[in-house]
Design a protein around this ligand. Structure first.
Ligand code: TYM
Length: 335
């Protein structure tokens, strides 16, 4: 079990193991998680229950869960320091989610942008899970009394709802839940699609050229960046109507630490072709060590199993305290 310091704040975050993990996930979330490990008590999860709101092929799904777990470690999350668990291994999540459903309004869930987007996209399967997804996410967070939740900008609305639900519950029953703060980094918070740069980069996008997977081969990364949509100005600078280039500059800045101005100066007089190649090269170098480590972890199922078991044990113990308290306050009889 990792040592927990009472003084350190608690951080909780999770990622869905649906399909491939993208550069957006990495720059918007995973990379920040790694940096927070020393200053906070961090707990991370592979949110597999969330992923079944869309149909999953069982064999592929199982592999995706392993892959997501191995990738978190490959990115630099140390499970000895920051427990990493698989959501479905910790039963308190679905239990609290049901309770929170009863404290969440239909209207609130109807307003969620992700629900609206996904119900358009999967119009033949607008299931209740898709609708109540944010209450499960609220349970994930509130169970651990998390102070902060590091996420990309797309998850902000869900976090605000988690706070509203917590506040509502607390106003009836007293101080059961802690109100979580979103932690959204300035850099990489919204990585956009390479093909439609007004939309976020998303692993569920059917156009494979729109996203970079963390595990894409170098030649694939190069090819996808070369195909990225730009504009006709041919000047590497941030500007209105230059969504494609703005996104590429954002990615370059996030990966290299250079400012937008540095990047503009560096590519003055050069064409978009050179710039795209340079962005691709920077991303390839950033991802190379992660890919090497991923291959080591994924080949070592015993180690992964040992870690996810320990993670679940830790998470269950901690989360039961909150679940028991909430159930007791509501008036359920203790076992
Ligand atoms: P998910 O799995 O879609 O994404 C995982 C993390 O990656 C961030 N992200 C992005 N950041 C920047 N640019 C992008 N294009 C981009 N795409 C994704 C997301 O904001 C997220 O931080 N509901 C969550 C998973 C979840 C969760 C939780 C998160 C379940 N329970 C509890 C925090 C706390 C989701 O679908 O993330």
């Amino acid at each position: 079990m990792p040592e927990t310091s009472e003084k350190k704040k608690v951080i909780l975050s999770a990622i869905q193991p649906s399909g491939t993990i993208t550069l957006g996930n990495y720059l918007g979330a995973l990379r920040n998680w790694v940096n927070l490990q020393n200053d906070y008590n961090c707990i991370f999860a592979v949110a597999d229950l969330h992923a079944i709101t869309v149909r999953q092929d069982p064999k592929q799904f199982r592999q995706n869960i392993y892959n997501a777990y191995a990738l978190l470690l490959a990115c630099g999350i140390d499970p000895e320091k920051s427990p990493v668990f698989i959501q479905s291994h910790v039963h308190t999540h679905t239990e609290l989610a049901w309770i929170l459903n009863c404290f969440t309004q239909f209207g609130e869930l109807s307003r969620m942008t992700q629900f609206k987007d996904k119900s358009r996209k999967y119009s033949n399967n607008i299931n209740a899970g898709l609708f109540t997804y944010p209450t499960l996410m609220a349970a994930d967070i509130l169970l651990y009394r998390a102070d902060m939740v590091p996420v990309g900008a797309d998850q902000k609305q869900h976090l605000e709802l988690a706070r509203d639900i917590a506040e509502r519950f607390n106003s009836i029953y007293g101080n059961v839940f802690k109100l979580p703060e979103p932690y959204i980094s300035n850099i990489g918070a919204r990585v956009m699609s390479l093909q439609e740069p007004t939309k976020k980069m998303s692993k569920s996008d059917e156009n494979v050229n729109s996203w970079i997977a963390v595990l894409d081969k170098p030649e694939t990364i190069m090819k996808k960046f070369k195909r990225a949509v730009t504009d006709s100005e041919a000047v590497v600078r941030i500007g209105e109507g230059k969504d494609g280039i703005n996104n590429l500059i954002g990615i370059m800045s996030a990966v290299t630490g250079k400012t937008n101005d540095d990047i503009t100066a560096e590519f003055e007089g050069k064409g978009y072709g050179d710039f795209k190649t340079a962005v691709a090269e920077a991303v390839i170098e950033e991802l190379r060590p992660i890919q090497t480590k991923f291959n080591e972890y994924i080949a070592n199922k015993d180690y992964l199993e040992e870690q996810y078991r320990k993670g679940a044990e830790f998470a269950l113990k901690l989360s039961l305290r909150t679940l028991d308290k909430a159930m007791n306050k509501i008036g359920f009889i203790a076992k």
